[in-house]
Design a protein around this ligand. Structure first.
Ligand code: MN
Length: 134
């Protein structure tokens, strides 16, 4: 069973998404701000992180930068979640080290596709865009 760390400060979003992921067979651990998200990535060793970008304590960009700066958490795929598909968010996600990106409200089937791609090692949009085209 794959373990997903969901970092989300909005209680309703957190409850709804965690229940839907659990129903699909994922183990879900929760963090409510960026700082505890970074800490839980270290203590829980999740297989993947779903990172809201707008978070208290540390925002999702900075939390992702910290995860990607440390050898023990660098390998964990991070999917950025943002409320608005604002131009520039995708580039910011790439710069922060996110492996993929999706917008809220979450479309579960689309998000599950991205989760499964990263868990199976095929990478998401951003990860595959990074790979050299051989
Ligand atoms: Mn938020």
């Amino acid at each position: 069973m794959s373990k997903i760390l969901l970092v989300e400060d909005n209680e309703m979003n957190r409850d709804m998404l965690s229940r839907r992921l659990q129903r699909r067979g994922y183990e879900v651990v929760l963090a409510v701000d960026g700082q505890s998200g970074v800490e839980m990535a270290q203590t829980e060793s999740p297989d993947l992180v779903l990172m809201d970008m707008s978070l208290p304590a540390l925002d999702g960009w900075e939390a992702t930068r910290r995860l990607k700066a440390v050898a023990s958490t660098r390998h964990i795929p991070v999917i950025a979640l943002t409320a608005h598909a604002m131009s520039g968010d995708r580039e910011k996600a790439l710069e922060a080290g996110c492996d993929d990106y999706d917008t809220k409200p979450v479309e579960l089937v689309r998000l599950l596709g991205k989760i499964e791609a990263l868990l199976s090692g095929f990478g998401g949009d951003i990860a595959s865009a990074r790979k050299p085209t051989a």
